[in-house]
Design a protein around this ligand. Sequence first.
Ligand SMILES: [Zn+2]
Length: 363
Amino acid sequence: MKHISLLLISIAFSLSLWSQPENSFFVIHCDPGFSHLFPKLRQMVDSATVHNVPLTLELSPQWVYSILEDDAKLQQVREWQEWGHEIAAHHHSIFHCFWDSLTNYVADSIMLYQPQAPACDSGVLISNMQPFWDSLDVLCGDSLLLTWGSSDNNPAVDMYPDVPYRTDGGRTDPAQAFSNPYPVVHGPTEMAGQTYGPYLTCQINYFFIDNIGKVNAVKNLYLDNGFSNDYSVVGVVTHVFDFNANPSYFFNWLNFIEGKGCKTVRQILRENPCMVFASKEVAGQGIDIDIFPNPAHSAVTISFGKPLSGQLSIFDNLGKEMLRSEINNQTTLDVSALPPGIYTALFYISEYDLYTGRKLVIQ
Ligand SMILES: [Zn+2]
């Protein structure tokens, strides 16, 4: 009897381990306008280090510049990297209410898309993205910039070229903290004679936490196996200014998540099958792939410019693989079972042993 109950306990234990997301990540947004809060960021990172929770620090241009101007801050960042925290990029695009004043969009687009005062703090153009990209190269150093976190309706234009990982998410529903890594194609977008993309990123989602109610909402979903066992990753994000205002929620989450598969974004995505393809070498290279019609309705034809073969997987925007097929020079697929929406067509090309992605729209 004792053996049976031990057995039941161990089965229940292993089931509960199996049921919850195996990975967690914690992003800190270092927003423009708050780079004077570096000492607060240090408190956050120090606390996370004590809890053995590696953070992904997404830094806006203003933070990156202020760190590079100050040897003591730069030294501090190097120590964080050595411990295992990740340095990543944060960008408020022209679509954001608080634009960080950098963009590759041309003046007409800025006028057209930027949310206006008084509701939003309309910025004034400082520069294109190049100085930020260059500064990220310096700040990230040997570890390279691998993660792009932006609020952007069309990330291709401002994105660091060929960056392989991206975070996305929201602040309305705690379920947004749960995801499975999914591939997304950004661009190509033409602007002023430049072509941006296509870039293939592997993405995971986060939910914004800034108070104890939101932390509890994510915890409850995490502990609800019926919900959370569909997801391999739970992720949250907070702002340095939120921590500055009242840090109790931050410590509460650290205490909860400690020991629960805590990794940086790059660690999670590097280990994930979604990411096998999206290395810097293969994203956005120029293989000629014709997809027609696109948008498609019931059938779509894939055609290569030369004799190639491989495999095609079609993912929905939640990262679910909806269709898989062998392909060759010209292949027609029945897509009538796919609901209308935007999909990622991920190609494996045998001859080159590489992956590349394209957008596919089903109407
Ligand atoms: Zn932000």
